[in-house]
Design a protein around this ligand. Sequence first.
Ligand code: TYD
Ligand code: MG
Length: 479
Amino acid sequence: MPAYAPAMAHSKAKPKAVFRCRSCGGVQFKWMGKCPDCGTWDALEEEQSSKGASRDRQKGLVEGWHSGPDAATAESPQALPIPDIPAEIDDSTRLRCGLSELDRVLGGGLVAGSAVLVGGEPGIGKSTLMLQLAGGLARAASRVLYVSSEESAQQVRLRAERLAVDNLKNLLVLADTNLNRIVEQARKALPDALVIDSIQMVYRGDMDSPPGTITQLRRCASDLVYLAKASGIAVVMVGHVTKDGQLAGPRLLEHVVDAVVSFEGDRTHAHRVVRATKNRFGTTLEVGLFEMTGTGLQERDAGLLIEARGDPRPGSVICPVMTGTRAMMVELQALTATGFLGAAKRKASGIDASRLAMLVAILEQHAGLRLADRDLFASAVGGVRVTEPAADLALLLAIAGAERRKSIGPTTCALAEVGLGGEIRATTHLEQRLREAARRGFTRAIIAREPDGKPPKLDIQNIELVPTREVAHALEELT
Ligand code: TYD
Ligand code: MG
């Protein structure tokens, strides 16, 4: 009997269809209108299950990076004691793109051999950011292959001219959507970084599912991650997010990549925020700020978020918030309006809703404010998300100020946590926050009183400290 006979006999078995969720990747054995795992409607998609074959096929695509079958054995991983493992990610090996706001979010630059997923709504500026990243890397003498799967090479050229990254020998542009051809070009060009804009449009011709399906997306993304690991190229993939902020399909992609960076902002406003929601090579606390201008994204100092302040405004209080390693002045705003008892609205944007509810309860209990029949809107200005308890006092003053039509001085800021008993508590990083406030021209800071009643020992000039002990005491600052 020929050697292939058993395999043939095996292949006669009818492949069983399974249904995979486009959003969470969960597998069901029959079609359903709603995914039982994640609750998304109309997301199950038929997929042929092919056991075993996929691993080898994935390997086949990029195995040419290591020449010959023996090389693979030499390169296969060995178990080592930790001190013998080369410390590959020392900061000097990171590829810096020159956009320091983005580099910081990435943990100091792109790591060779890593895969990064950049998510954002359509039209927010992902392609602009990616081309600037590619340009910055090329300027710093790295080789970059920028693959546009959505725009033609001419369109990329026009954009590159606008962004002044059109004159770089190290920046190669390819307009293609076929993954095999893309990998082939990467093999030829041997870049340090490969940008794929966007992963949703890339497909493998040897797969049954049509381009754009979840099966294609998953497969192409994991191939590219494999490529990154095998070749040492830093791969950056762009992914669209749906309206509700989910990366389309790619909760699965989030697992396979090393870092997920989300690019957020209101399309009608100029400023944009970059943050890492997952990062194997750095913190996820850092935030990068950009502004969209006629000539691309400009890095912005955190000061942007509080500019244009003149007279004191009721319902607006500024707090130095820690984002990662730096302090940033963030304006917290509140507005109250007539509502209905039992159906009063509580809307928070950029602020934790349960924290807001807690502050409302504290104001009712400890400051005699009646808010049960008042609609309340609160937000952190500039698209930043404030989750720190240190912003409690500022938010509380904003709400009370909005309700009583009173304000604190335009150069006064507030930073303290508020306890359920109405007591005001000290925050972490007090000195760093106050330094930032002083640097930004603030002259007074409402803080928590030290337990011994003495002023905190800090070496900061030009800022008057106003220690407070209780909510009622702090509210006296509103005039
Ligand atoms: P784009 O990067 O194409 O968004 P995405 O890739 O996320 O879909 O750009 C989005 C918008 O940015 C586009 O409508 C035009 C605007 N824009 C500028 O304002 N200035 C610029 O220099 C560029 C290149 C784009
Ligand atoms: Mg785009």
